[in-house]
Ligand binder design. Structure first.
Ligand code: HEM
Length: 175
């Protein structure tokens, strides 16, 4: 006799439990704050996780440059959150074409992470003023998650500093 509780229900429950654990219960291996972006946390010991690598000395990206790294036509997938740009190419099943979070590829997702939304209107808006403290917590959770999972490749800037203006254009073409 059918019980009304099948394999599909078990899979859905397991996925929901995994998502809740991942986002709300799991403790990240380290806790960089958005303030760490100032680059003050240099230490003598080798970094144990990507989250410990400051991005302050890495390449500068403007939003326009970031867009190039959208995972299409073999390009890498870069994502910015709280001014940190990470290489999320290993998450191509999520961010690549057809993936659940394909909107995020080549974008700044700070505001979207705060709003817990994948809507385009929240993307590429690194100004997080106006987010509630709960939304800032949500954004930090994603920052910690992506920052520890993916290697940093740079930092998001409004305007590039002089020494970075010439090189990256050439770099963009060869990537
Ligand atoms: C009911 C809605 C949602 C469900 C069931 C869900 C489920 C999941 C699951 C199962 C994963 C892990 C995927 C994996 O590692 O293979 C994941 C990752 C993720 N989710 Fe969601 N999600 C939901 C909504 C959202 C929303 C609204 C956002 C917008 C910020 C979001 C952002 C992310 C991000 C950034 C990841 C990390 C992917 C990575 O590891 O690179 N999710 N989600």
């Amino acid at each position: 006799m059918a019980t009304g509780f099948g394999l599909d229900d078990i899979i859905v429950l397991a996925l929901a439990a995994a998502a809740i654990w991942y986002f709300f219960i799991r403790k990240p291996s380290s806790k960089p704050s958005a303030a760490e972006e100032a680059g003050s946390s240099e230490s003598n010991s080798a970094p144990r996780s990507y989250a410990e690598i400051p991005c302050s000395n890495l390449r500068e990206f403007t939003l326009e440059e970031l867009r190039y790294y959208d995972g299409k036509e073999g390009r890498p997938i870069y994502i910015a959150i709280c001014n940190r740009v990470v290489d999320a190419s290993s998450g191509a099943h999520l961010y690549g074409p057809g993936g659940q979070y394909e909107n995020f590829a080549g974008r700044d997702i700070s505001r979207a992470a705060g709003k817990f939304s994948t809507e385009l209107k929240y993307l590429d808006d690194p100004d997080i003023s106006g987010l509630s403290s709960a939304e800032i917590d949500s954004m930090r959770t994603f920052y910690n998650m992506l920052g520890s999972k993916y290697p940093p490749v740079g930092r998001l800037v409004k305007t590039k500093s002089k020494d970075q203006v010439a090189a990256p254009a050439a770099q963009t073409k060869s990537d």
